[in-house]
Design a protein around this ligand. Sequence first.
Ligand code: 3PG
Ligand code: MG
Length: 395
Amino acid sequence: MAWKTLDDMELSGKVVLTRVDINVPVADGKVTDPTRIERIKPTIDDILAKGGKPVLLAHFGRPKGQVVPEMSLGLIKDTVAEVLGVPVKFATDCIGSPAKEAVAALQPGEVLLLENTRFHKGETDNDGQFAASLAALGDVYVNDAFSAAHRAHGSTEGVAKLLPSCAGRLMQAELSALEAALSTPTRPVVAVVGGAKVSTKLDLLGNLVRKVDYLVIGGGMANTFLAAEGVDVGKSLCEHDLADTAREIIKKADEAGCEIVLPVDVVVAREFKANAANEVLPVTECPEDAMIFDAGPKSVARINEILDDAKTVIMNGPLGVFELEPFGAGTFAMLEKIAEQTNAGALVSVAGGGDTVSAINASGHAKDFTYISTAGGAFLEWMEGKELPGVVALG
Ligand code: 3PG
Ligand code: MG
């Protein structure tokens, strides 16, 4: 890797500004999924073990440069302390006197959490003065927020240029997993891409067809491709105006030797609700008044055959409407196969994205994947082949 890690830094007695992503879901004042906090623990432990004082920089929600009490990191401070297993102090502002005083009072073995960086407009504007105010607080900068690295903000990009900087352990883990999955994968490599719309994933598809051997397309996106090939998809979610674009992607895939895998049979229903009356039909027989909600058993059998021979799979998106019973069957059957092959040591499996991780958690196979990213948008942009400003700034 082209950037430094914690192993390269002298941290004893130093104030270590550590950008983390603890943008966790909260309901009724409680953190409902602490995964992102758990994943920064190795970095915090290492900084403390090296005698450094971790000062956490983080955003929480999108307060748009205003102080929004419901987006105060003070609300999750106790959960952070509990998960990290160390005393966590809190400063009511991430710059200025509250921050300076809290840093000065920080004792060895303690962690300081600074208030939401996005309470300042300078954060999202990546304002030089804001970044300088952050930099003034510390000696060293560690970026452990891969999932926010697609944002060129003061705390992810600006400050990295002002202090000796390195990647944290989670950032390292994310980057090596992604590199193993797409930059230097063992072949054959399969990408599974799903989601509602092709229009939001054009860059992704364009990049993937050049890099993978099989591109499995699921969800509403598959309907757009099917329709482009002349298949009647009834009332299914479909971007008919993107037919030409879909055909171009198919052509590009052909030229690159990438096989696009579309459903050959589908599960259709007439109502968008759990346990709606449904049937399995060949893809060419979707009734005019029906909607496609899942890939059928023959389609999944074909995908699983490909996975049997694959060495690497990267997943971003489910095959169907997995949130509604029984339309998760296709996605869950594929996840079962990925889990089996990964556990057998035959497959490297990497996944990312909010929906994807929800589907994997619902399947009970989270522990069976080689790597599950904490990132949504950043994972997608990385899969699109884009440079992430937060990562570039470490180089
Ligand atoms: C996320 O939750 O995806 C990251 O924390 C980034 O948040 P953002 O999309 O508000 O920049
Ligand atoms: Mg996001």
